[in-house]
Design a protein around this ligand. Structure first.
Ligand code: B12
Ligand code: SF4
Ligand code: SF4
Length: 356
């Protein structure tokens, strides 16, 4: 990594970085050092319990995840940013969840893929820094590499890690993404959020449909609907299918029931505006899409990453959970023969639930 040009005032540069970040549409930017202390032990314990399931990438990189300089040599500071994603003018979440004819898609996935949106902005932030001080060492990330995003953001003062394990803040709740720039600039670090404002609340543990939050701050991903619908490539264990209800891509329940999300902020970001009718789609209409339609309708969206087979799999489970109807049974039968073995098994399960 190149060494930073010495002719700048680190405090002044840190202030400027925060101003530029705000101008680029980030609602909060903060700076931390690279010592992740206890977080490394918690990650290790989580992996040892097998909570990562089939997400092999969570254990593949050893200590690179918890020791930033091992991932990018020379890193001494991390700039963490947050971007709100909850879109305005969308169907009421509880109403969609309560309507078995509709599918529920996580609110983060209703607009354009956040990875692309945020990575471009982080690049602009890095460009602004190099225009000011000259060449410097950095790498930016958005959920794209072995990075402890929540722990770093907590250290940088963006919020605390709640019992559901997401980062949240008093003024913004938790409906936001995180991204970061690893850098060799010796910037002044911000004050971490030490205080945890969860208090005695256990709402997220109580409302989780699959009891995936097995203890405060510990999510067994293998039980989490977000994992089952997005990360898992194979068969969804039968034990969780009923509890999934009509959640067809991700799950927001632990955030919907969190009291701090009463103060959650709506995004003004054009890219995160919801593509209707994905906020309250009709299950049978989605199930009727062929692969070409799926690819077209999800262009530029994070949903596309799971592929058509997993999409059909998730829809079959939701249809199985809907009240018995002749139209649903017909749609399931029509698809049965044209589906892969993995999807067919879910269709059979759904048909069984539908009474034939
Ligand atoms: C793997 C992963 C998942 C997995 C596992 C979730 C998890 N909790 O780890 C699955 C697929 C289930 C998932 C789901 C979701 N994810 Co996710 N996910 C990640 C990813 C890639 C890594 C997270 C990680 O490091 N896990 C490892 C474990 C050990 O960490 P942890 O559970 O957070 O545990 C920490 C603390 O709770 C604490 N801890 C752990 N055990 C203990 C025990 C005790 C006693 C104590 C005191 C503390 C403690 O220390 C740990 C380390 O800091 C990050 C991106 C990234 N690179 O960081 C996104 C990320 C965390 N996900 C994100 C989102 C939005 C989601 C969903 C909301 C999506 C959705 N709507 O479906 C759900 C939320 C589910 C939930 N309750 O966590 C956002 C969260 C933004 C935010 N505000 O925090 C991130 C940061 C992506 C991003 N760039 O924005 N995710
Ligand atoms: S995302 Fe859903 S399934 Fe996963 S921990 Fe939260 S409430 Fe439970
Ligand atoms: S629901 Fe309650 S316990 Fe869970 S994160 Fe929110 S405040 Fe904390």
């Amino acid at each position: 990594m190149a060494h930073p040009s010495p002719d700048y005032d680190p405090q002044q540069l840190a202030n400027q970085i925060k101003t530029w970040a705000a101008e680029l549409g980030f609602q909060h930017a903060g700076i931390s050092d690279v010592e992740l202390g206890e977080h490394e032990k918690h990650l290790q314990a989580w992996l040892e319990k097998g909570f990562h399931g089939e997400m092999g990438y969570m254990q593949k990189h050893g200590s690179k995840r918890t020791r930033p300089p091992e991932l990018v040599a020379g890193t001494v500071r991390v700039i963490s940013v947050r971007m709100n994603y909850f879109p305005p003018d969308i169907a009421d979440c509880e109403q969609v969840l309560a309507d078995p004819g509709k599918g529920y898609i996580s609110r983060y996935a209703l607009g354009r893929d956040y990875h692309k949106v945020m990575r471009k902005r982080l690049q602009k932030l890095a460009d602004a820094i190099s225009q000011r001080i000259g060449k410097f060492g950095y790498r930016s990330f958005v959920d794209s590499a072995p990075v402890m995003e929540k722990a770093l953001a907590q250290k940088a003062g963006l919020g605390w890690i709640g019992k559901h394990s997401n980062l949240l803040s008093r003024d913004a709740g938790s409906w936001f993404f995180l991204g970061e720039i690893y850098t060799d600039l010796p910037l002044p670090a911000d004050t971490p959020v030490i205080e945890n404002h969860c208090g005695d609340c256990t709402a997220c543990l109580d409302c989780c449909p699959t009891q995936a939050i097995v203890a405060p701050y510990q999510v067994d991903a293998r039980r989490c609907i977000s994992y089952l619908t997005i990360e898992l490539r194979g068969s969804i264990p039968v034990a969780f299918r009923e509890a999934m209800g009509n959640r067809i891509y991700g799950c927001d329940d632990c955030q919907l029931c969190c009291p701090w999300n009463r103060f959650g902020q709506i995004t003004a970001e054009k890219d995160f505006q919801a593509r209707h009718p994905l906020d309250a789609p009709d299950l049978l209409e989605l199930f009727a899409w062929d692969e070409a339609q799926f690819l077209k309708q999800t262009e530029g969206s994070a949903i596309r990453r799971i592929g058509y087979a997993c999409w059909q799999r998730n829809l079959a489970v939701a249809l199985g959970n809907a009240p018995p109807s002749a139209a649903i049974r017909q749609a399931l039968r029509d698809r049965r023969e044209h589906s892969s073995e993995m999807v067919r098994e879910h269709i059979e399960w759904a048909l069984d639930k539908q009474g034939g």
